[in-house]
Structures are given as structure tokens and as C-alpha cells.
Design a protein around this ligand. Structure first.
Ligand SMILES: [Zn+2]
Length: 209
């Protein structure tokens, strides 16, 4: 904890005064650019990897960046999504998986979760990805490892489950919301984005239009 407490002091003496105006403006309200749904994994920093500022990303995080189908779970996910879409009028939602995801590795080896009933129950919402999104999943070649397949297919599954939320479905229907599937490779800094037309993940900077 000592490092974190000292970190607060450092923040108040350096980064905060440098951005005082921004923080004062944020007291008036927020108008984030996107809802960013990602894993709790400490190696992901949404603001850092998108070079964005406080106030620009509305963030939802949990182990495995899971969005249970609407009505299936009593967690805070549905409320957070509703707040983002209906209350804040966010027009883009990014579901961002990542390399070396322990949740996805556990999904591939369910026997490793015998002593972790809460994790096992939660990962039910990330099961059977191939069965649920087969038509979106024709791009995986034989040389891709199982964990990468699990990470990519889980992003697609969570996007599908996101669409079951009424606020999301209605906003998409009105052409007021776009969904994006990303995979962040933290060891290289690269981000892959799912190209829905080509049904495959491509380097995100190549898909910017
Ligand atoms: Zn993870």
C-alpha cells in the first residue's frame, strides 16, 4: 500500500495541477466518447492504450470482460450499460479482450476451477463461444493457439450478449450506436479490431477510416 499512498501525493503534486482545468471542467458533468468494456486484469489501462483523458472513457470491468445476456445475472453490468447508452447517450461500445487472459485460460481448463466456485459460475457466461457465434467465426486458421481463439471468440460472444440488452438493441436500431470488438496485445502494444464485413480481427490502425 505504501507505494499507492505515495502515488496519491505524487498525483496531487504533478499530474493533477497540470490538468487542473480539465478536472474542474469535469465537475460540470461527463460526456464520454465510448463505453469501454474490458477485463479486470491489471495489465490493461484503457486510457493509456487509447491515449485518452479522464472523462473520455466510461469503463465497465470484470474478470473476462463478460456481459451476461440481459436478465441472466444480477450484477451491475446491465445497469452500467443502460446508464451509458440511455442516460449518457454514448454512441460507441468497445468490448476489449486481451492477450494472456487468465479468465479465458481457465475457461479452457475448467478442472482448474474446482476450488473457485464464484469464478466457475461467472465464466458460464463465456462458455461455448464457437457454438453461439459460428457464422462470425470462420477466420481462425489452424496455426492460432487455443488461448487466442478463446480470447477472440469471447469478444464476439460478449458482443452478441450485449445486443440482448434492450437499450443497446434499440440504439442500434436507431443507428445511434455502434459496437466494436478489440483484442489488446499488451506485450506489443498492438490492438486488433474485429472487421464485421471480413469476419476477422485486423490491426486496429488499419481499420481506421
Ligand atoms: Zn483477462
Amino acid at each position: 500500500m505504501k507505494k499507492l499512498i505515495e502515488g496519491i501525493k505524487n498525483f496531487q503534486q504533478g499530474p493533477f495541477p497540470a490538468k487542473r482545468l480539465l478536472f474542474e471542467q469535469l465537475a460540470e458533468g461527463q460526456n464520454p466518447l465510448a463505453l469501454f468494456i474490458t477485463c479486470s486484469d491489471s495489465r490493461i489501462d484503457p486510457n493509456l492504450l487509447t491515449d485518452s483523458e479522464p472523462g473520455e472513457l466510461f469503463v465497465l470491468r470484470n474478470g473476462g470482460h463478460i456481459v451476461p445476456p440481459y436478465g441472466a445475472a444480477n450484477g451491475g453490468e446491465a445497469a452500467t450499460i443502460e446508464q451509458a447508452v440511455k442516460l449518457l447517450g454514448i454512441r460507441d461500445i468497445i468490448v476489449c479482450g486481451h492477450s494472456h487472459c487468465a479468465a479465458m485460460a481457465a475457461r479452457l481448463a475448467p478442472e482448474s476451477l474446482a476450488e473457485y466456485p464464484a469464478i466457475r459460475d461467472w465464466l458460464r457466461y463465456a462458455e461455448d463461444t464457437r457454438g453461439i457465434v459460428p457464422k462470425d467465426y470462420g477466420h481462425v486458421s489452424q496455426d492460432v493457439d487455443d488461448l487466442t481463439i478463446a480470447v477472440e471468440s469471447n469478444v464476439l460472444l460478449q458482443l452478441a450478449q450485449l445486443r440482448t440488452h434492450p437499450s443497446v438493441a434499440a440504439a442500434i436500431e436507431r443507428n445511434e450506436l455502434e459496437l466494436h470488438g478489440w483484442v489488446y496485445q499488451f506485450e506489443t502494444g498492438r490492438v486488433f479490431a474485429y472487421d464485421f464485413a471480413r469476419a476477422r480481427f485486423e490491426l486496429a490502425d488499419a481499420t481506421i477510416k
